[in-house]
Design a protein around this ligand. Sequence first.
Ligand code: GDP
Ligand code: MN
Length: 343
Amino acid sequence: MQLLEYDAKRLLREAGLPVPEGIVVSAPDQIPSVVFPVVVKSQVPVGGRGKLGGVKTAHDQTELEELVANILQLDIKGYKPNAVLIEPALEIARELYLALRINRDQRRLEYIVAAEGGVEIESHASDVDVLPDSPDVYEQVAKILQLDAVETKKLTQQLEIAFVDNDCLLIEINPLAVTTRDQLFCADAKIQVDDNARFRQENLPLPEVTDIKPLGGNIGVVANGAGMAMSTMDTIYAAGGKPANFLDIGGGTGQEVFATNLQKIADLPGITSIIINIFAGITRCDDIARGILASQSRVPNLPPLYVRLEGTNREEAAALLADAGIDLQPDLASCVKEAMNYV
Ligand code: GDP
Ligand code: MN
C-alpha cells in the first residue's frame, strides 16, 4: 500500500529526517492561522500531483482558502483527496532525488539517486544512479548529490531506520530540497509499505476497503461468504430488525482489514450494534478473534459486538474473546436477539 504524503512524512520525521512542519485539513473552515507563503498539497496516493494542479502556493489567507477548496475538489488520476497538507513554502535552490528500495532479485536494499530531481525526473532517466546499500554508500550519494558527507551519512542512516522499522518496500524523496539557506528538507515523500507485515505495524494507517454496502438500518453485519451475509440479514429482518449494511468479508482476512471494516461500519449513521457471523474453514476462528481484539483498541467508537463463530479453532477463539469480555453466541438467532435488545 502507498501511504499518503502526510503519513509518509510522519514516519520520516519519527526517524529524525528533516521534514517541514505541516498541517492537515479536510475543509476550508479548518484552516488555522499560518505564516505565508505556504504550499497546499492534495493528499492522494499517486505521484505527479504537481503537474496536475495538486500542489500550489498561497500568499495570503484568501488565496489559501480558495486553494484548499479547489484542491479538495480536484480529481487526480481518479483520486479525490479527503485532505490537503499545508506546509511553509520552502525557498528551493536545488531539487534532488533520493530513494531507497528493496531489490528482490539481488536480495538487497539499494539507493536510487539523481542530482536533478523534481517533477521532471522521468526526463532525466539517464542521469539516475542505482547504488547497492553498503556501510559507505553515503559517500557516493553525497558525491552525486553534491551534499556534505557527514550530513548525508546521517540522512541515509535515518532513512534506513525509517525503512526497516516500518517494513517499507520503497521510500522515495522527490524532491529532497536544498534551500537557498543551504538547509535540507524532504519536500515530498512517497512510501510503499509491505502489506504482509502489517500485523506488526500498529503505527500505520488502516488500508482502504470499499466493499461495505450501507442499508440504512442500525445493526451492522460482518459475515464471510455472500450466503452467510444474506442469511444474517434475513434473520435480522425476520426478527423485526434492520441491518445497517451488507458485507462479505471473504476468507483469510487479516486483522488490519478486519479492523478497517469494523471502523467503516461503526462510522455508519445510527449504528447500535454489530453482528459477526463467520464459519471458519480456511479462515481460523482464533484469527477472527484477534481481529476483533485489534479492533477494540483501534476503533474508538466500536458499538457492542455479538459474535458467532463456528469451525476451525473455535475453542481458542472463545478463550481469547472471553478474556476481553465477549462471550461467543451459540447461534445466529441468539446473536440477533441480543443485538435487537441492545438499543
Ligand atoms: P508530486 O508532483 O506529486 O511529486 O508533488 P511534490 O510534492 O513533489 O510537488 C511538486 C513540485 O512542487 C516539487 O517538485 C517542487 O518543485 C514544488 N514544491 C513542493 N513543495 C514546495 C515548497 O515548499 N516550495 C517550493 N518552492 N516548491 C515546492
Ligand atoms: Mn514529488
